[in-house]
Structure formats: C-alpha cells, structure tokens
Design a protein around this ligand. Structure first.
Ligand SMILES: [Zn+2]
Length: 407
C-alpha cells in the first residue's frame, strides 16, 4: 500500500469515527503505533553497540534476545544511539519498558542469551558501575534486569558455565555473577534445551529451539543430534569458539515464520572442519521463513550458501554495529537470485560510512541502513511488514516502511 493510500484510509477512518485499519497503520514521521492484541511485533533495537531483539507476542507475552554493550569504540563500532548519556543496556531496558506498556505487563516474559560475548551480554571495564547490592556490574543484560523484572533467563551454558571450558573473561564472569545472584534471590534461570518448543513461550505463537552447543534439532519430535566430536579429542585450535555454540530458534505465528541464530557460523575452514558448520543444519531444519536474521552480523563466516538456499526469506535483517558488518560475500549471497529466486529486501540496524564505501554496489540495494527494525506481523500471522524507526531519540518515529507482504 502506498503512503498516500494509507493516509487516505486513515483520514477516512477518522472521519467515520472508526478504528484505524489493522495492519498498515503506521505513518512516516509519526511515532510507531503501540502493539495491539493479536499482533506480533519483533523489534531489532539499534544502539550501535550490539544486538538486542524484543519480541511481543499476540497475547502480550514477551521475549528479549540478547542485550549487547560492546566496549569497542568508534570508528570500529557505530556511535551509541540515542546518545552517550546512557549505557546501551539502559537504552535497551527503556525501549522495552516503553513498548511493553501497551501490553499492560511490566515484566519481560523471558530473556534469551544466545551466547556469552560482550555485544550480546555487555562488556565491563574499570568505569562500569556496580549493581546496588554490589554483586556484579551494570552492563547489557544486567542493565536491562535493573530496568524491569525478567520472569525467566535462558542461556546456553547454565548451570556450570564450563563448556567447552570454564570462563575467565571479565564480561562472562560478570554475567555469571549476575546469574548466581539471581538464583540466590529466587529468580528463574534455565539452560537452553535444543529440540523443544515449550521453553520460550509466546502464547499463540510457537518458538522451536533449533540448536546450541553443537546440538541440532532433527525435525522429529524433540530429538536432536550432536555435530561436534568429543571436545577432549580435539586439538586446541579446533575447539569450537563461542560463536559456533550460539542458540538458534524458529518463531512461527500462523503462516508467518522467523529465524534467528545469534552469532552461529557456517564456516568449515574451507572444508577442513565440516562439523564446525552448525548454522547450515539449523537453517535446513528450520526450512523456508518469511524473515531471517543474518547470523554473526552478516560476517564472512556465517550465512553460507546452503543457509540462504534453506531460509529463502522475503526480508533479511542484519544486526550490524561494527565497521566489518556486513561483509561483501554475505551481501552478495543474500541478494543472489541464483541461490533463490524472487524479490527480497535487506535491512540493517546501522552501517558505517567505511562499510558503505567498501561495497557500495551492494549496499545501494539495501532497503534501509539505519534505525530500529520492527517486523509487524498482522493478527493471525497472515501478513507482515518491516517498519524502520529513528534511533536518534526515544520518539520511535517511523522513518520508512515496507509494503505489506503475505506470510
Ligand atoms: Zn556478536
């Protein structure tokens, strides 16, 4: 629907005193309209410092995936948005509170940590402030937890935090200290269970846990298979890195489907370690989706050709925050008519000027390069669109929006 037609419809509805039309009622320049019961909204929050996704389900239940806060300064990272007066996790927590208000709920239903890296959980440094009880520092996930209650926390490595080896990095030990403090206070924490569809719950929709720690759902019941050889049998250089252990999930609502896999990679080191490619089997068991998030921020080692062939989405979301996001080969692949035919749009949460310069012939084909990316799925899941909102302040003004696509 063209913006003109949409405005005409809205004016018409106002004149008649009727409710606005249900699925294409955002207006460029106006604030994003609040979530409505029956709709599914997937917000890819653009702070310039890492990944965070807020999903609000048809009944108002919610899931956040990651709350990153990298310490990498510009120009390697993007500038912090809306601005430097708050930390990324504070901006994310405030974003969630603002958009959950329409549901009448004050708590996040669940927060899923895809893997333990700073741009997904938050980094710490000498200046990072302590939590009120002094048990851990406030950054990323812990900043979000300070802003609003979280009913359930899920990650890939609870309760031991020792696979494939115990953590010593300060950002990880800070997160683990937060988890221990949360358990002491009676909070719920669970390890991500591959294969199930009842751990992360958005009533009315289905979230299937596809992969984590080298284990992938088979597509049959809740059964899984393990891709990695025994860790103790591997030379140190072959032990899977944290990205390869990321969680992957598929969200379905009616005919609509969505794939997100953290920083999972499809890289096999040019065939040397085929079992290191967890992303391809995860994408293949997910099957075709309407919207896919490019794993590992569109980096060279993810979103391989068979991932693109399996997912075939109408819309790609690139959660980019670093000058290396995305890479030329990934952009080339996700735009390739040889890997799958038909139209598709590519949206990124932010693109540095250097990245644009590096492959302008590809970035020129993108639908959007800056801002929060909100996938709005119509009640029942029959159609969806992507709305881009301004991340330079907290007004959530609509910058642009896609057509309405059938799911
Ligand atoms: Zn990352």
């Amino acid at each position: 629907m063209s913006p003109l037609t949409r405005r005409g419809l809205l004016l018409g509805a106002a004149a008649l005193g009727a409710a606005a039309p249900p699925s294409s009622d955002d207006v460029v320049g106006q604030p994003l309209r609040p979530w409505r019961r029956g709709g599914l909204d997937i917000h890819h929050i653009a702070t310039g410092k890492g990944d965070s996704t807020l999903i609000i389900g048809p009944d108002g239940s919610s899931l956040m995936i990651d709350a990153g806060a990298t310490a990498t300064p510009p120009p390697a990272s993007l500038d912090i948005r809306p601005g430097p007066e708050r930390r990324p996790g504070e901006w994310i927590g405030r974003y969630a509170r603002r958009h959950l208000a329409a549901t009448g709920r004050k708590a996040l239903g669940a927060l899923l940590v895809t893997h333990l890296h700073p741009d997904h959980i938050g980094d710490v440094g000498p200046d990072t402030p302590l939590s009120p009880n002094g048990a851990y520092k406030l950054t990323g996930v812990t900043d979000v937890a300070a802003q609003l209650p979280i009913d359930l926390l899920v990650d890939r490595d609870f309760p031991d935090y020792a696979f494939p080896k115990p953590w010593s990095a300060p950002f990880a030990t800070n997160y683990v200290a937060f988890v221990r403090d949360r358990i002491r206070a009676g909070g719920k924490v669970q390890r991500f269970r591959v294969g199930v569809a009842d751990q992360l719950v958005l009533a009315g929709a289905e979230i299937r846990n596809l992969a984590a720690n080298g284990e992938v759902w088979t597509g049959q019941g809740e059964t899984t298979r393990r891709l990695f050889p025994p860790i103790e049998s591997l030379p140190a250089g072959d032990v899977p890195d944290e990205n390869a252990l990321s969680t992957a999930l598929r969200l379905r609502y009616g005919a609509f489907s969505y794939f997100a896999a953290g920083d999972l990679t499809s890289h096999s080191f040019d065939g040397a370690l085929p079992w290191r490619d967890v992303e391809t089997p995860a994408a293949q068991v997910a099957g075709q989706v309407d919207v896919a998030v490019a794993a590992h921020h569109g980096m060279f080692d993810a979103t391989g050709p068979d991932v693109v062939r399996a997912l075939k989405p109408r819309a790609w979301i690139i959660p980019s925050w670093h000058v290396a996001h995305p890479s030329s080969d990934v952009l080339e692949r996700i735009l390739s008519q040889r890997l799958y035919p038909g139209p598709r749009e590519v949206f990124a949460t932010g693109l540095s000027p250097a990245n644009e310069l590096a492959h302008k012939w590809l970035t020129d084909k993108m639908a959007s390069r800056d801002g929060h990316l909100v996938v709005r799925v119509a009640p029942g899941g029959s159609s969806f669109r992507v709305v881009v909102t301004d991340n330079r302040d907290e007004g959530d003004r609509v910058v642009s929006q896609s057509a309405v696509w059938p799911a």
